[in-house]
Design a protein around this ligand. Structure first.
Ligand SMILES: Cc1ncc(COP(=O)(O)O)c(C=O)c1O
Length: 381
C-alpha cells in the first residue's frame, strides 16, 4: 500500500490535480509531465532528423515490448493499433462463421464491440446479447447461451456503463469447455491492476492508452494468443501487416507470422512517443500498489454514497476503478459537479466517478461533499 507521501509524489506528475478533482480516467487519464516530455521528444525527432523513420520504428518496437511485458505476453503476440475498434475489426474479419456462427456477449459491452460483430451478420454471424439483471450479468445467462454453435464470446472486463466487473475466469471456462474463443476488452480496467493474459488464458485482449494507461488517444494494443495468429487471415490489412514491411511489393499479400498481421497502416507515431513514458510511470509505481490505492478509494467512495442514501449502479463490493451513481437529473448533476471542479462524466442515467492511483482521499471527500449538497439531483436508494 502506498503511503500518503508516495501518493503526493505521484500526484506531482499531473499538473491538473492542483486545480481539479479529477475523477475522469474512465474517459481520459490525466496528462503527466512524463507524457508531455514524450511528445516533446517526438517533435524534436521530427525537427532534427530529415528521415526519422528508423528512429520512429525503433520506438514503436520498444513500446510493443514494454506492453507485452506489462500483460505477460511475447512481443510477437502484440499488435499496435490506433483504437480498440482497430483491434477488434481485423479479428472479426478473419473469422469464418460456419457451423459455429454464434457470437455471445452481454448488453454491457462497449458499443463498438456489439456493432463490429453485428457488421459480420451478412457474413453469417448470429449475435446474441445477454440481458443485464440489476446491473450485473448472471453467470447462468452465459451458461445458457454458450454451446457448440458459439464461435466467440467478447467480454468487457469492466462495463463502461455501470462499473460492473465480469467474472472473466468463469465465463472463459464456459467458453473454452464449449470450444469457443474469448475476446477480452480490458479498456476500462487496464492500467489499474496487474494483468497476466497467459494466466487468464484469454484468446484475444484489447485495450487502448487513452484511459487508465494514462496515454494519448489514437493508440491501442491487441494481444492474440500465439497458436491462433497464423490461423487467422484478416481481410482488412495493410503494408504494416506484411512479413517485410519495407518490401514494397504491391502485387503480393504476405502476412506477417506475428500479431503485426492485424495492424493497419503506418502507426500513430506521436501517440507512441506519448504512451511509452506513461507505461513506464505506471510500471515504476507498481501495479499492485495501483490496485490497492484504487480499491481503497472506490470502497471509501461507495461507503460515502451509501451513507448519503444515493443509489449506485456499481456493486457495493467493487474494487473499482469505476463507480457509477444513479442520477435523477444527470445533466444537472454533471453541471453542478463540473462547476465545483469535480471532473466526471455521465452515461445514460449514471454519473461516473473513476479512481486512479493519482487520486487521494481528499478527492473522494471533495466529490462526496458536492454530492451531499446536490442530493436532490441524484436517485435515492
Ligand atoms: C470498454 C471500452 N471499449 C472500447 C472503448 C473505445 O473503443 P475505441 O478505442 O475503438 O474508440 C471504450 C471507450 O471509449 C471502452 O470503454
Amino acid at each position: 500500500m502506498l503511503t500518503s507521501t508516495q501518493v503526493e509524489d505521484i500526484r506531482a506528475n499531473f499538473p491538473i490535480l492542483d486545480r481539479k478533482t479529477y475523477l475522469y480516467s474512465c474517459s481520459q487519464g490525466a496528462l503527466s509531465t512524463a507524457v508531455e516530455a514524450g511528445f516533446a521528444a517526438y517533435l524534436t525527432s521530427w525537427r532534427t532528423s530529415a528521415a526519422p523513420w528508423d528512429e520512429w520504428v525503433g520506438v514503436y518496437e520498444r513500446l510493443r515490448e514494454s506492453f507485452a511485458r506489462f500483460i505477460n505476453a511475447e512481443p510477437d503476440e502484440v499488435a499496435i493499433i490506433n483504437s480498440a475498434s482497430g483491434g477488434i475489426n481485423p479479428i472479426a474479419s478473419a473469422i469464418q462463421f460456419d457451423s459455429r456462427d454464434a457470437v455471445v456477449m452481454s448488453e454491457y459491452e462497449f458499443p463498438t464491440m456489439g456493432q463490429i460483430w453485428l457488421a459480420q451478420e451478412p457474413r453469417g454471424a448470429r449475435v446474441e446479447f445477454l440481458k443485464g439483471v440489476n446491473n450485473t450479468i448472471p453467470i447462468e445467462s452465459y451458461a445458457r447461451a454458450i454451446d457448440e454453435r458459439t464461435h466467440i464470446v467478447p467480454i468487457t472486463q469492466i462495463s463502461f456503463l455501470n462499473g460492473f466487473r465480469s467474472d472473466v475466469p468463469a465465463i472463459l471456462k464456459l467458453a473454452h469447455d464449449n470450444g469457443a474463443l474469448v475476446f477480452l476488452d480490458g479498456y476500462q480496467d487496464c492500467g489499474t491492476r496487474p494483468i497476466d493474459v497467459k494466466a487468464l488464458g484469454v484468446d484475444f485482449f484489447v485495450t487502448g492508452t487513452l484511459k487508465y494507461l494514462l496515454g494519448p488517444p489514437g493508440l491501442g494494443f491487441l494481444y492474440v494468443r500465439r497458436e491462433l495468429i497464423e490461423t487467422l487471415r484478416p481481410t482488412m490489412t495493410s503494408w504494416f501487416a506484411q512479413r517485410d514491411i519495407f518490401a514494397f511489393d504491391t502485387q503480393h499479400l504476405d502476412l506477417a507470422p506475428t500479431a503485426r498481421r492485424f495492424e493497419n497502416g503506418a502507426p500513430p507515431i506521436p501517440s507512441i512517443y506519448g504512451a511509452g513514458p506513461a507505461l513506464s510511470l505506471l510500471t515504476s509505481i507498481g501495479m499492485e500498489n495501483v490496485a490497492a490505492q484504487v480499491e481503497r478509494l472506490a470502497q471509501t467512495f461507495l461507503d460515502g454514497a451509501r451513507a448519503l442514501g444515493i443509489a449506485t449502479k456499481t456493486p457495493s463490493t467493487s474494487v473499482g476503478p469505476l463507480v457509477v451513481l444513479r442520477a435523477k437529473h444527470p445533466a444537472a448533476a454533471l453541471e453542478r459537479l463540473t462547476e465545483r471542479g469535480v471532473v466526471v462524466s455521465t452515461r445514460m442515467d449514471g454519473v461516473r466517478f473513476a479512481f486512479h492511483v493519482y487520486n487521494d482521499l481528499a478527492d473522494v471527500h471533495a466529490a462526496l461533499n458536492v454530492l451531499e449538497e446536490m442530493r436532490h439531483l441524484m436517485m435515492p436508494v
